[in-house]
Design a protein around this ligand. Structure first.
Ligand SMILES: [Zn+2]
Length: 198
């Protein structure tokens, strides 16, 4: 496992990868975010991918092969291109779009029909039960994320060393986590008061 610590911070003690409650495509991108310019790769083994699926997708103890890991990393690379294009408002490689669309057909149903009292309701579909379905769910969420209204709220953390990406729920959010917000505030304080610490 990796020795990832920041920016999950001292309050997050269990995960070797960051899971910060963002839409699935961004959670997947953040498994290889940068910190101080170095890529922090979390999905180094099939077991790491299995654990990530439990933490980020809610699919526990999936069987994961090396081929599954390669397919997820391929999707992650395509999502990086697509999200970067959505943020910058420029064109994107058609190959990246093809990868997302190829995985889209693997998605489990997002909703299903159920009974409530004497009536009918739609409820959330089941959690993915295979890595193929995880790829489908992530691809489907990518389509939602980059097509339209929310694309201008896709951001990179404002804490200089941190390269985590997130979807700002409101226009003012600048940091991936409270940990990064505090880290950056302390850095700026030290810059203003260079002799007040150590
Ligand atoms: Zn951050």
């Amino acid at each position: 496992m990796t020795d990832f610590e920041a920016p999950t911070g001292p309050d997050s003690d269990r995960h070797e990868f960051p899971v910060i409650g963002e839409p699935l495509p961004l959670e997947l991108l953040n498994t290889a975010h940068t910190w101080e310019g170095e890529v922090e790769e979390s999905l180094t083994t099939p077991a790491a991918l299995r654990d990530w699926c439990g933490a980020a997708v809610g699919s526990i103890d999936l069987a994961v092969t090396a081929a599954d890991l390669a397919a997820v990393l391929r999707l992650r690379g395509a999502i990086a291109h697509v999200v970067a294009a959505a943020r910058a408002g420029h064109g994107v490689d058609v190959e990246a779009i093809d990868v997302v669309n190829d995985d889209l057909v693997l998605a489990p149903p997002a909703r299903r029909l159920d009974r409530l009292g004497g009536g009918l309701v739609t409820v959330a579909g089941p959690a993915p039960t295979s890595i193929a379905q995880v790829r489908g769910a992530v691809a489907a969420a990518t389509v939602e994320l980059v097509s339209g209204a929310v694309a201008d709220r896709l951001r990179e953390c404002a804490n200089p060393p941190c390269g985590m990406v997130f979807l700002a729920g409101h226009g003012r959010r600048r940091y991936c986590t409270a940990w990064c917000s505090n880290h950056d505030r302390q850095r700026r304080f030290r810059e203003r008061h260079p002799r007040s610490v150590e």
